[in-house]
Write a protein that binds this ligand. Structure first.
Ligand code: DX5
Ligand code: ZN
Length: 214
């Protein structure tokens, strides 16, 4: 199984973003962490960055850690996002928003905080393309991996395989490094986000290949 890798730009040097992106060329997606200071305690960037990065030619995996994401998804799609992931906890009309994402032709993703059970997906499987299991509480890069996430990944993998939904990507985000990644992949993930570990690796290209070959 080819494991896909999405470096989180949260850990990149934003003053030299063009160089930073060149250093991770072999990756599968660029992971863009959008935070609003409401759903999570931190504030990052908006559709303007996605639009600028769309010239680079690496598809963008936009992770919206924002309240009421339905208000903003179109701006990110218009800016060039390829995956748009919203948090289940942030949207009371999950089915409607995911259906809208699919209609707009992007991959529709749902993220689950560490305390959110997989059961919240029960009635939206038909309108999603990606599940993002958070293995840290969202808001900041560089936090420690929460090991309880492994059982959740395995549970999700079981549902995906049982349902014959092998088209659904199972993404894991938070504390993914060379120690935790093998466990994450063994549990069933096929898309890994890595921020602090990847950007602090001496050879980022080699780090990406190591994850892809797990
Ligand atoms: C956390 C973000 C993650 C984070 C990953 O809120 O969603 O994408 O930046 O960074 P590391 O790999 O350092 O945990
Ligand atoms: Zn993220």
């Amino acid at each position: 199984m080819h494991v896909q890798v999405a470096p989180s730009l949260l850990s990149a040097d934003i003053l030299h973003l063009d160089r930073e992106v060149e250093s991770i060329r072999g990756c599968d997606w660029l992971h863009i962490d959008v935070m609003d200071g409401d759903f999570v305690p931190n504030i990052t960037y908006g559709p303007g960055l996605v639009r600028a990065l769309s010239r680079i030619g690496i598809p963008q995996d936009v992770h919206l850690m924002i309240s009421q994401p339905a208000r903003h998804v179109d701006a990110f799609i218009d800016a060039g996002a390829a995956i748009v992931t919203i948090h289940a906890e942030a949207d009371v009309h999950l089915h409607r928003t995911l259906s809208h994402l699919k209609k707009r032709g992007v991959k529709a993703g749902v993220a689950l905080n560490p305390s959110t059970p997989v059961s919240v997906l029960e009635h939206v499987w038909d309108v999603l393309d990606l599940v993002l299991i958070m293995t840290v509480n969202p808001g900041f890069g560089g936090q420690a991996f929460i090991p309880g996430g492994l059982a959740k990944i395995a549970q999700c993998r079981h549902i995906i395989d049982e349902g014959g939904r092998t088209d659904v990507l199972l993404e894991v985000d938070g504390g993914v490094d060379l120690n935790t990644a093998p466990h994450v992949v063994a549990a069933g993930a096929n898309l890994l986000v890595s921020g602090s570990a990847l950007f602090s690796a001496p050879d980022r290209g080699a780090f990406i290949r190591q994850l892809q070959n797990l």
